[in-house]
Design a protein around this ligand. Structure first.
Ligand code: RP5
Ligand code: MG
Ligand code: MG
Length: 273
């Protein structure tokens, strides 16, 4: 499963910045690319945002790379990343763009992805796919404002937050427009305490650059009988413009490397893909 492709081959999101195209065999930093001089892009969106790092050459920026730096986690799930001329290097290799683009942190930007699933039911019975004869899984998918692509309702881990808090918060913000009434929030808390870790590592995110990249922890929260979260009415909010229970199928394009994560859930649940 390719994990460093979308971040090499697309115009940089929310900008007209074109990347230098890096051929597959020249992505590794160790591979030869003599005159590798990609454009540099640092979005002005990041200026003076509390959640974003200072410019890398700001004298007040004193990062502790590869460590927990105060309440900023600068460790990568992929291990120690290199620092070259002050800049952290994307562990998956060249992206054809220097700078940090629109990502707040230099180096790893940590996210969490809640994959909330239920079975597709007809008259209370699981629907089997006509070719695979396997039951069809549905996951709560949102449509992103920034690129209109359908995605898992994931989000950045706020400073000091632990992953399980991020997973529930982002689901509430993006898939339920933070509407939680009494009963639901109690049931929700229990539901989000019983997840299965699906993936932790690099995300092939179109916003990745040579010096800033997305990493995530993806968890599956499954409502097997459809009597808990599976029956809630969904409402898009925050950075989601739309939300729905989407049939899981390999033909459906999803944002970044989200298809890889959803595929893993179908293996875990022996569901159609
Ligand atoms: C992806 O970006 C992650 O997998 C996660 O779904 C998402 C987090 O970023 P925002 O949704 O906050 O833009 O790389
Ligand atoms: Mg999000
Ligand atoms: Mg969000």
């Amino acid at each position: 499963k390719m994990v460093h492709v979308k971040c090499r081959n697309v115009k940089y999101p929310l900008s007209d910045v074109q990347r230098l195209i890096v051929p597959e065999e020249q992505t590794q930093w160790s591979s030869n690319f003599d005159d590798y001089k990609p454009p540099i892009y640092n979005s002005s969106v990041l200026k003076n945002k509390p959640w974003s790092d200072l410019d890398i050459d700001d004298p007040n920026f004193k990062p502790k790379w590869n460590e927990l730096d105060g309440n900023v986690n600068r460790k990568s799930h992929l291990g120690i990343y290199e620092i070259k001329d002050k800049y952290p290097l994307n562990p998956e290799g060249r992206t054809g763009l220097q700078g940090r683009g629109i990502l707040g942190k230099w180096g790893p930007n940590h996210a969490a992805d809640p994959i909330v699933t239920r079975w597709k039911l007809e008259d209370g019975k699981q629907v089997l796919h006509e070719s695979s004869k396997l039951p069809i899984l549905q996951f709560c998918a949102i449509q992103r404002h920034d690129c209109n692509e359908w995605a898992i309702p994931g989000g950045m881990i706020d400073p000091g937050e632990n992953v399980s808090q991020t997973l529930m918060r982002e689901f509430m913000e993006e898939a339920m427009n933070s509407l939680q009434n009494k009963i639901d929030s109690a049931m929700l808390k229990i539901f989000f305490e019983n997840g299965v870790k699906i993936y932790e590592g690099y995300v092939d995110d179109p916003r990745n650059t040579d010096n800033a990249w997305m990493e995530t922890v993806a968890y599956n929260f499954h409502d097997d009988d459809g009597n808990s979260v599976g029956k809630f009415s969904l409402k898009a909010g925050d950075d989601a413009k739309n939300v729905r229970w989407m049939d899981v199928d390999k033909e459906t394009p999803l944002y970044a490397s989200h298809s890889n994560f959803v595929f893993s859930v179908t293996k875990l649940r022996n569901a159609h893909w």
